[in-house]
Design a protein around this ligand. Structure first.
Ligand SMILES: [Zn+2]
Length: 135
């Protein structure tokens, strides 16, 4: 959980007091902390986005071998020789492919998640400015 110093706005991984200035650390999602500048929010999104990406990569790391093993178990039941060998190689390739695709998508998801929030905010700002201009 990310906490922010209410005095110097340093970000910390947790705790109650800022190690730099001794200010009280607040939860950025608590009501009293909604006034932080955009850079602070961008940093928080980046942190949580990176963490999400890491979790997906851990899942990929676990799921790849599972897929390979399940397919390999079917492959070894095939007739000995070329069919078994090819199916076994295919099973391993499928496991590697699952890992690679999830690993790649995790990186993309972090980028999309972090950037999309900024764009949404910009669109909202543009609408607000337009509404004010039309009034
Ligand atoms: Zn501080």
């Amino acid at each position: 959980m990310i906490k922010i110093c209410s005095r110097c706005r340093a970000t910390w991984a947790g705790g109650a007091r800022c190690d730099d200035c001794g200010g009280a650390l607040v939860d950025p999602f608590a009501d009293e902390a909604q006034e932080f500048p955009e850079e602070v929010w961008r940093y928080i999104r980046l942190q949580y986005g990176a963490r999400r990406g890491m979790l997906v990569r851990v899942i990929a790391f676990l799921l790849g071998p599972v897929v390979a093993f399940v397919l390999l178990r079917e492959a070894v039941l095939l007739r000995a020789g070329a069919p078994r060998l090819l199916a076994s190689l295919g099973a391993i390739a499928a496991g590697v492919a699952v890992w690679a695709v999830l690993y790649y998508l995790a990186g993309q998801a972090v980028r999309v998640w972090v950037l999309r929030r900024g764009r949404l905010r910009k669109a909202k700002l543009a609408r607000a400015l337009l509404r004010r201009a039309l009034r």
